[in-house]
Design a protein around this ligand. Structure first.
Ligand code: 3HC
Ligand code: NAI
Length: 696
């Protein structure tokens, strides 16, 4: 047999081998190969078969690149049925991860052996889907309705030991995959074990109240998504029917979801998150060494960056201003590592070793002389940053990379104060830096290609998603943020209430609206930003000033119990404060604005148009390479709802002409932020989408 699946016999044991790099996805060729191999096994003298995969992982699921195209036979559920229906036992060996359709192949086998460290999962909900090859019908029969629904609605990966406890795996093996399969097959032969079809099992009884509790939890955690509850319905209703009817129900729901914009959005997100790291400019460029990282400033960001590095095997030297600040930074880092221990992500011994052997905290700059990469995370002030970079220039070894975590400042200007601008780059982490997965890699005019490559290598080492950005005020993420936040403030000035804006955007899918976020971050942050921008603000520029009043009243947001919302025992998550509306009404009056009503739809439309239009400017100016880089930035760093795929994908979905129309209407009042992006105008004129640029 040629192709990605082969069959061979070893005495009485048949071996079905899947070899379809990189992740053994069940492409059409794999599906056809599995049928042929199953037939070859049936026709052979072998008494038991082992399914084993080559390479780093067992089958990682259906081939996602086939989604959205016409389906090709044989379909995966039929392939799995074909395997399960065999009259001789089949053992499946799982190594790496058996995900989605891969785990469903395992569920159709009669026995499952997991190699130590292997995991299973049904992550289809991450793609806006439900399991579509028997996952919703076989897993509840095997382990019970509630644990099964929990697994496929959470998409979590379940380790080998838990799989044995749940009854998913028959054994865990410390052998290599092939040997593990052969050993179990010999046991099957020795004990005369026969076929054992999950489809013939019945779902164990469960309490209706437990199901309702799970549904409520799933609905809360996945607001706006359509697939999760659909999956539970199909599992519950389908398993009341004969197996083949349940499978039809699952298939119908799977195909229905396959046609939804949510599925297209989430698959766009999946591939975009991977494409951001593939840059033509990095082809053939090797990164510089990266073992010892220096961090300057041990506050919110510096502490988090240090922890991210420590947790991923890098040595850290952190510099603070004086002994007291050094002590504070050390305590902060120890606290974050203790949290990791509490959450089971790190052993207590490993934590102690990190603190003792991998971390140095000091106020002595020359301790950085041997560092490969030094990341500055001091106050957001050009003067302070220049002072730090001048010091670094004097002590860092030749070839060391000097990076700034600045949120807005000009990296070219920072680089210019050193004698080595080719070694200077922006590495913009997000708070909390050891948790948030986005890393904006800000490439300045003179940054050397291997310095950029090292930025990407750092992201990989820290398990973060890197997005390349050019230099401008706020780079990709914060520049766009500034625009749509101002758009929201202008709508409030024109008559919407902050509470209505938040509600409309939360219904759209954001976890929190901008004013709830402002309360969480602290009203003082917005106040300080307005102070910073005041000297360069253009005359006549409209912006909201009620935040300054709140600040002066000491209403700093959640931390003081009052901001836009009131936070107390009766409403820990906040309730609207009518006094805020009075403060805003006074500001409108002073500015001569007659308020008008906004519908929720208009709020979303204008907020999104502002975001998309600025995104188009960012792409048009080359600050972001492609629209997908904007999407990943907003998805990973700014809570953009994943089921909408990112602002640029969403723009394609609603139509660019409509977005341009909204922007042109908003621009009539003369606000610069609404000036139409030339790229948006060009694409509309040419009848093209943002996605067409992703493919160039
Ligand atoms: N189909 C097609 N390509 C896939 C794929 C899949 N299911 N899973 C991964 N790939 C590709 C990636 O795009 C990437 O391609 P690239 O090198 O060209 O960028 C390559 O394989 C390697 O992937 P990663 O970089 O993600 O490798 P990792 O080792 O970090 O992770 C993984 C491996 C855990 C398997 C991860 O890729 C993953 O989570 N994949 C998705 C798994 C999934 O969602 N499966 C369910 C699919 S839906 C389904 O099965 C429906 C069924 O119920 C009918
Ligand atoms: P912070 O105020 O919490 O910490 C700054 C730390 O730098 C303080 O501990 C201070 O003692 C120290 N410091 C100041 N000057 C120093 C010097 N010369 N040498 C050594 N240490 C010095 O500030 P935060 O929030 O950590 O921000 C740091 C940088 O990161 C800023 O540029 C900010 O814009 C950026 N940033 C902040 C984010 C956030 O959410 N807080 C997100 C992303 C970037």
């Amino acid at each position: 047999m040629n192709g990605p699946v082969s069959f061979e016999t070893h005495g009485e044991i048949g071996v079905i081998r899947v070899d379809n790099p990189p992740v053994n996805a069940t492409s059409q060729a794999v599906r056809a190969g599995l049928i042929a191999a199953a037939d070859a096994f049936a026709a052979s003298d072998a008494k038991v078969a082992v399914i084993v995969a080559e390479g780093r992982t067992f089958i990682a699921g259906a081939d996602i690149t086939e989604f959205g195209k016409p389906p090709m036979e044989p379909h995966l559920p039929d392939v799995i049925h074909h395997i399960e229906a065999l009259k001789k036992p089949v053992v499946c060996v799982i190594h790496g991860t058996a995900l989605g359709g891969g785990f469903e192949v395992a569920l159709g086998s009669h026995y499952r052996v997991m190699v130590k460290g292997a995991k299973i999962g049904l992550p289809e909900v991450n793609l806006g889907l439900i399991p579509g090859a028997g996952g919703t019908q076989r897993l509840p029969r095997l382990i019970g309705m509630i644990p099964a629904c929990e697994i496929f609605t959470s998409s979590r990966q379940v380790g080998a030991d838990e799989c044995v406890k749940l009854g998913i795996a028959d054994a865990v093996s410390t052998e290599a995959p092939f040997e593990a399969g052969m050993s179990f097959a010999r046991k099957v032969l020795a004990e005369g074990l026969g076929v054992r079809r999950v489809s013939e099992m019945t779902v164990p009884a469960y309490a209706a109240a437990d199901l309702e509790a799970l549904k409520a939890k799933v609905a809360r955690a996945n607001k706006g998504h359509v697939c999760h509850l659909k999956g539970i319905d199909v599992a519950v209703e389908g398993t009341k029917l004969p197996f083949s009817e349940g499978m039809k129900m699952e298939r119908a729901a799977f195909w229905e979801l396959m046609q939804t914009p949510q599925r297209a959005a989430m698959i766009h997100a999946f591939f975009s998150e991977r494409k951001v790291a593939s840059l033509p400019e990095l082809k053939g460029v090797s990164p510089r060494p990266l073992g010892h990282v220096g961090v300057i400033g041990g506050g919110t960001m510096g502490g988090g960056i240090a922890v991210a590095c420590l947790l991923n095997g890098l040595k850290v030297t952190l510099i603070e201003r004086d002994a007291e600040a050094v002590e504070r930074a050390h305590t902060g880092i120890a606290r974050m590592l203790a949290d990791s221990v509490k959450r089971g992500k790190l052993g207590a011994d490993a934590r102690d070793a990190l603190l003792a052997e991998k971390l140095v905290t000091t106020s002595d700059y020359p301790s950085l002389a041997a560092a490969d990469l030094i990341i500055e995370a001091v106050f957001e002030s050009m003067d302070v940053k220049k002072d730090v970079f001048t010091k670094l220039d004097a002590i860092a070894r030749p070839g060391a990379i000097l990076a700034s975590n600045t949120s807005y400042l000009d990296v070219d200007e920072i680089a210019a104060c050193t004698k080595r601008p080719q070694d200077v780059i922006g590495l913009h982490f997000f708070s909390p830096a050891h948790v948030m997965r986005l890393l904006e890699i800000v490439v300045a005019g003179k940054t050397a290609p291997d310095v950029v490559a090292t930025g990407f290598a750092l992201a990989k080492a820290l398990k973060k998603v890197p997005v390349r950005a050019g230099v401008c005020d706020g780079f990709i993420g914060n520049r766009i943020l500034k625009t749509y936040r101002t758009a929201a403030d202008i709508m409030v000035l024109e008559g919407a209430s902050p509470f209505q804006v938040d509600k409309a955007l939360e219904e759209f899918g954001f976890a929190m609206g901008p004013y709830a976020v402002a309360d969480l971050a602290g009203i003082d942050i917005g106040y300080l930003t307005r102070q910073r921008l005041a000297p360069t603000r253009k005359p006549g520029e409209r912006f909201g000033e009620w935040g300054d009043v709140l600040y002066e009243m000491g209403r700093l947001g959640r931390k003081s119990g009052h901001g836009h919302y009131i936070y107390d025992e009766t409403s820990p998550k906040g309730r609207p404060d009518p006094e805020v509306e009075e403060i805003i009404a006074r500001e409108r009056k002073a500015k001569g604005i007659t308020p008008r009503a906004f519908s929720d739809a208009e709020i979303v439309e204008r907020y999104m148009a502002a975001m998309i239009n600025e995104g188009a400017k960012v792409v048009g100016e080359g600050i972001a390479l492609r629209p997908l880089d904007v999407d990943v930035t907003k998805l990973m760093g700014y809570g953009f709802p994943r089921f909408r795929g990112g602002p640029m994908h969403y723009a394609d979905h609603i139509g660019l002409a409509k977005v341009l129309g909204t922007i042109e209407d908003a621009h009539k009042a003369g606000d610069d932020i609404f000036a139409p992006a030339p790229l948006l105008q060009k694409l509309v004129a040419e009848g093209r989408s943002f996605d067409s640029l992703n493919k160039e």
